[in-house]
Design a protein around this ligand. Sequence first.
Ligand SMILES: [Zn+2]
Ligand SMILES: [Zn+2]
Length: 271
Amino acid sequence: MSLHGMFIKFYGEPLYPVLYPKMDISSIGFSIWSAEDILKASVVEVTESKCLHNGVPVEGGLRDPRFGCIHDGTCAFCGKTRHGCPGHWGHISFPLPLVHIAMVAPLVQALRQHCPCGVRSKKKVCACGRVKDRYTWVKTGLAVHKNGKVCPPSEFPPEVDRFLVRVLPVPPIHIRPPLTVGNTTRGENDLTYRLVNIVRKTHSLCKALADALPSHVVYERYEQVQHAVADIRNAVGTAKHLHRRRPEGEVEAEQRRRLRQIGRASCRERV
Ligand SMILES: [Zn+2]
Ligand SMILES: [Zn+2]
């Protein structure tokens, strides 16, 4: 299937093929989006948990007009109408690094292989004679344990930094369109609600750090941010008792849905 055909099927009208003309694809590469890449692609930093104020999008909120244009008017970033604006990414910054829920296995593996002398090996005792620390992932608390005790990511060696989340990409408004009737917003998208939750929890963590609250309070709030960020990726398998779980609202469920759509579209094309 060509890229051309795929976009027509996705959006119903030839919106994207106008921007990206039909082309032959020789290869596609996938890689992890680093914090620098996310910041480079971002046009807005989300700092406000409120989306709308008196029906008007709040600047720095999740409905900031720079996220793209899907209704009447023009985009605040590229100046195009909804027919030309492809949508733009934003980001949320965290004061402390978080574990990326999809990167747990490589993270724990890298930690187990790490030795302060710099030699990486799978052995329990390093060539330098040092007995390595035991690292495990505890699913219920969403935390890495070092020798049976919680080890926050800020204490990890710098080699594993690439598996941690310091900034979270916020998708364009096209990916999380609000529920509107006419020109009035009746509700936000599920993903937007989850992002609002992350911004709120991050605010409370920042406040705890600024007020120099006791370390157990800071860790409690840090845990809440970790849970909120894990939920946006995959709410299945995270602690359910902490919040009311909304089914099928996370990124992985959305990806599964999109893949099923592509599968169905390509089946039809073959017939
Ligand atoms: Zn735009
Ligand atoms: Zn060593």
